[in-house]
Design a protein around this ligand. Sequence first.
Ligand SMILES: O=C(O)CCC(=O)C(=O)O
Ligand SMILES: [Fe+2]
Length: 259
Amino acid sequence: MLKDAFCHSSNFFDLSSDKKSKYIYPTLENKGGFGYVPAEHEHFNHDKPVDIKEAFDISPGVDQSRWPSEEDVPGFHRSMKSLIDQMTTLAHRLYYLVGIGLDLPDPNHLSRASFKGDGMLFRILNYPKVDHLSMLKPGQVRCTGHTDYGFLTILYQDDCGGLEVMNREGEYVEAIPLKGTALVNVGDFLSMCTGEKLKSTMHQVLISEENFGRRRQSIVMFCDPDGDFALEPLCGNLEGLQPLTFNQWRNKRYAQTYR
Ligand SMILES: O=C(O)CCC(=O)C(=O)O
Ligand SMILES: [Fe+2]
């Protein structure tokens, strides 16, 4: 199933720019929805060059009219839909395990916070191939260091490599691709709800000479609470934190990324 989804993902990204632009977000400022994000649009750190990645977002809670057509990418809809279903089931299993790990009175607490599912976001990513250093701006990487916004992120990557995650000591460690293996990152909202008992993971995707000439693909499910879910203490201390819904937090982060 994963292989099939990676294959349909590359079929989409291999379309001409003209064809892909039919599926672009109506306004790229209005993120968190459904559609194509062209390369060099996302900026996690405005002191650094823009990221060289393109993406396609699929969110259950919004206008679904921009699914790539059967004519453009045969089988895309079916393939992504079955992976989304599987990853959503996995998300709720992980939520349950986190609930047990945190010793919450109700281990399904995170699932209940994601009951409507409108915070969930599935995304396929393509990092176009770079043949030569001269194609990069100084300091440009595939994806600049950042934390994700919500509860948990489930990530599948191809075998290209380049993803690094930061450990508690503040050092980046390579997340070596392991076939069929999901990488799970903690996001900001879970971090805030747990007083950083579970800390959101900084991560980045670099490009080195050894992967020049190779594209990189990844498939991600941002497993996030419903938009109207308000920050609440699950454990730890939330003193000093503003009252904040997930939507307010995510919009704030989008405003920084798509400025
Ligand atoms: O492509 C990757 O491995 C990382 C993607 C990522 O961190 C993101 O989209 O938030
Ligand atoms: Fe991320």
